[in-house]
Design a protein around this ligand. Structure first.
Ligand code: SF4
Length: 141
């Protein structure tokens, strides 16, 4: 029988794809994924952004701006679409995402002011995946 395939935010498995070229290695996630097929995705890199990159936050109007005032919404949308395409190809129906990110956040994001203030909300990829029937597994990431 084919093993279940789960997608995961690459930074949670130690890939240095964060904006500051670091990662969010999470041993709870590693433990959960034991014995499963895994596909790694980083929506911001998939959207064409470099690593390291200027941090971005979702604004009140829904656009994504980086801290230097550049509109990177299209990169975030492209990353979301590519993430879904990769998941479809891998037949992955669920994903473990890094919360708090403007892409991967699924319970909270930053408020757009670059002041470190978290608010309830979802990132661009999390929203897009859920709209397309993907389950987000909450491991308190
Ligand atoms: Fe991690 Fe997602 Fe940010 Fe990529 S976009 S670094 S996978 S939280």
């Amino acid at each position: 029988m084919k093993r279940e395939t789960i997608a995961v935010s690459a930074c949670l498995l130690g890939v240095n794809c964060k904006y500051n070229a670091k990662n969010n290695l999470n041993f709870k996630v590693i433990e959960y994924l034991k014995g499963k097929e895994v596909v790694l995705v980083c929506p911001e890199e998939l959207g064409g952004l470099s690593t390291p990159r200027i941090p971005s936050e979702i604004q009140k109007d829904g656009k994504v701006m980086n801290q230097e005032g550049l509109d990177v919404t299209d990169n975030f949308l492209l990353g979301a679409k590519k993430t879904l395409a990769i998941m479809r190809q891998a037949e992955a129906k669920s994903i473990i995402l890094k919360d708090g990110s403007p892409s991967c956040g699924f319970k909270c994001i930053y408020d757009g002011s670059f002041s470190g203030t978290r608010i309830k909300g979802k990132g661009i990829t999390a929203t897009y995946l859920q709209l397309n029937g993907i389950e987000i597994i909450d491991l308190e990431t």
